[in-house]
Write a protein that binds this ligand. Structure first.
Ligand code: RB5
Length: 150
């Protein structure tokens, strides 16, 4: 799978660590920046990731800012993006199982590197459960609801 990574200045160090983790798992990585402490605006970094997904340059994404809040809010303004701000493996697992999240959002100032790594691995390894959740996820993007499920 190709995974795009994007962060602001608060998240780029954690981004570098997580890109290495993804590569070690055999994934291809697209680095959308940034790679320094120079201040940038998180909506711009979310925009870059949304574009990469829309253009098919990646199937999944990881977004990181200080808290993960601003960058996930920005990303979720795009209908094709389902960004989940996760703080532990449980939220990462359900983000995939129930929400079919295609973007993992993390806070570099609020989540330690080891937990962030566990979140990433769980996110990548967990499939979407489908069924009744497919109907709900379809409603998120305004696409016709699948008939199945209760
Ligand atoms: C940048 O200082 C910080 O505001 C940003 O990384 C993020 O936490 C916003 O939600």
């Amino acid at each position: 799978m190709v995974i795009a990574f994007s962060s602001d200045h608060a998240g780029w160090r954690l981004k570098a660590e997580l890109m290495a983790t993804a590569r070690a798992r055999g994934h291809e990585v697209v680095d959308l920046g940034v790679n320094s402490d120079d201040s940038v605006d998180y909506p711009d970094m979310a925009e870059a990731l949304a574009r990469a997904l829309a253009e098919g340059r990646a199937q999944m994404g990881v977004l990181i800012c200080g808290t993960g809040i601003g960058i996930s809010i920005a990303a979720n303004r795009h209908r094709h993006v389902r960004a989940a701000l996760c703080h532990d493996v449980t939220t990462a697992r359900y983000a995939r199982l129930h929400n079919d999240a295609n973007v993992l959002a993390l806070g570099a100032r609020t989540t330690g590197p080891e937990v962030a790594r566990d979140c990433l691995l769980t996110f990548l390894d967990t499939p979407f459960e489908g069924g009744r959740h497919a109907r709900r996820v379809a409603k998120l993007s305004g696409t016709p609801a699948p008939a199945e499920g209760a």
